[in-house]
Design a protein around this ligand. Structure first.
Ligand code: EPZ
Length: 419
């Protein structure tokens, strides 16, 4: 555990206008997809976060030539000299999203060697849906702990119907990348269609992939011979937008996130309105916080349901709202650990399996707390902004993994936050 920390003090109401960075969960699969072509690619609005830098390292290790202008969030990736299909275990263990290169390496080389990605605190995070899909498509999977050796001998035509038992984001992306360059027709049923997955599919189409999205949640892919290099601007990060709005909801005040795309987050915004906050969506998203927030319950689920990645920060808003709320986490089996840290701050929370019962209190009290994942770090920063006194948040490498100077944006709005 790094001993870096963020210091957050009780803040006055927030005011002003900010812009959200590019979405990490779109940038990572899109960067993995560049392996499908051999050329000079340009990605704009790429967040300068640790996870993105980790994916850059992975691609460079495979032979890509990369230039990252971090000031302008501009990334050039030349994939013409990628000549390696093996991902080192020390790279895999640093970031689960490394598993996303399995599909694109298989498509390019008909083989790949990747290690089982590390699970993490929010759950075991297996890759069985990925492997089942690859097997169905004729890929041979050899497990040599900690590695998976995958090969595709079938020079014939693939014609597959992949049924995902759960709309897994990573499995959808991995299988789609592989299918793009394999002769034949693949359909993925019960696919994930989060905004970040749609942005990723847009990039594949820009490269020349033949992809149709059909109801209900079905992706049809007709394989092509070759894919071209691409230029693309990553969508804004709805998860950062949600965190900014929730910081204002608890501190009070009025903020404007000018590049937010409200249509990506309807359920979340509806819940903010149910709390009594004024939300306006005709130009980005504007939030005017209510002085008397009403506690609301919610249940996370696949898109367009309430996003699991906003569960922790939204739970904080219930801790200081009026009334009782029940929050149910259905996506990950262990994603309520931030409640232990919030209880240290005086939050009234009871856990029943994957449900948290929150009774709103008037005050939280600053203390030393530990972040357990990216979104827990966002939740604890928000709790520090509203708690009396000072909150010292350890494990802040998670914050840097998921956000590009979000602390600067919050400071600009008047938050009392420093590294
Ligand atoms: C993506 O993770 C995101 N990460 C996660 O964001 C996000 O929380 C998650 O989707 C759900 O929206 C990236 O896009 C890089 P899943 P992913 O496959 O693809 C289980 C963040 O904070 N599962 O949809 O790993 C899995 O354990 C991160 O930015 C299997 O059982 O999510 C989980 O319980 C956290 N077998 C559920 O499905 C599998 O083969 C959803 O996982 C795959 C997944």
């Amino acid at each position: 555990m790094s001993n870096e920390y963020i210091l957050v003090k009780q803040s006055k109401p927030l005011y002003g206008t900010v812009k959200a960075s590019g979405a990490k969960n779109a940038a990572l699969p899109i960067m993995a997809a560049l392996i499908l072509n051999s050329g000079k690619n340009v990605l704009k609005n790429i967040p300068n976060s640790t996870d993105v830098k980790q994916m850059i390292k992975l691609l460079e290790d495979l032979g890509a030539k990369i230039f990252f202008d971090t000031k302008n969030n501009y990334l050039e990736v030349d994939t013409s000299e990628i000549n390696n299909f093996e991902v080192k275990s020390e790279i895999m263990n640093k970031m689960r999203a490394s598993i996303l290169v399995m599909g694109s390496l298989l498509a390019r080389f008909n083989k790949a060697k990747v290690a089982m990605p590390g699970g993490c605190l929010i759950g075991a995070r297996p890759i069985d849906f990925h492997l089942k899909g690859f097997l169905k498509m004729g890929v041979n999977v050899k497990e040599q702990i900690p590695f998976f050796d995958v090969t595709f001998m079938n020079k014939g035509v693939v014609n597959n119907k992949i049924i995902l038992e759960y709309p897994s984001v990573g499995a959808t992306e991995n299988l789609a990348m592989f299918a793009c360059l394999k002769k034949g027709r693949t359909i993925i049923i019960n696919a994930a269609l989060e905004p970040e997955v749609l942005d990723f599919l847009d990039v594949l189409k820009k490269m020349g992939a033949q992809i149709n999205i059909k109801l209900p949640a079905t992706i049809e892919i007709i394989g092509v011979e070759k894919l071209n290099s691409v230029e693309h601007e990553i969508i804004p990060d709805r998860l950062e937008v949600g965190t900014l709005l929730l910081a204002c909801a608890v501190c009070k005040g009025e903020i404007h996130v000018e590049n937010a795309q409200s249509e990506q987050m309807d359920v979340f915004l509806e819940k903010l309105k149910e709390m009594g906050h004024e939300v306006e969506c005709n130009d980005g998203i504007k939030l005017k916080a209510t002085d008397l927030p009403v506690a609301v319950g919610f249940k996370t689920g696949p898109h367009p349901g309430f996003p699991t990645d906003l569960q922790a920060p939204m739970l904080v808003a219930q801790c200081v709202a009026n009334g009782r709320s029940i929050i149910e986490e259905t996506v990950f089996e262990n994603r309520l650990m931030h409640t232990i840290e919030l209880q240290k701050m005086g939050a009234q929370i009871k856990i029943y399996g994957n449900k948290a019962q929150v009774n709103g209190v008037e005050y939280l009290y600053g203390t030393e707390v530990i972040a357990t994942d990216i979104r827990a770090s966002a939740a604890l920063v928000i709790s520090g902004l509203v708690a009396k006194g000072e909150t010292k948040i350890l494990g802040i490498h998670h914050w840097k993994r998921g956000y590009d100077k979000l602390e600067e944006k919050l400071k600009k709005l008047g938050a009392n936050i420093s590294f």
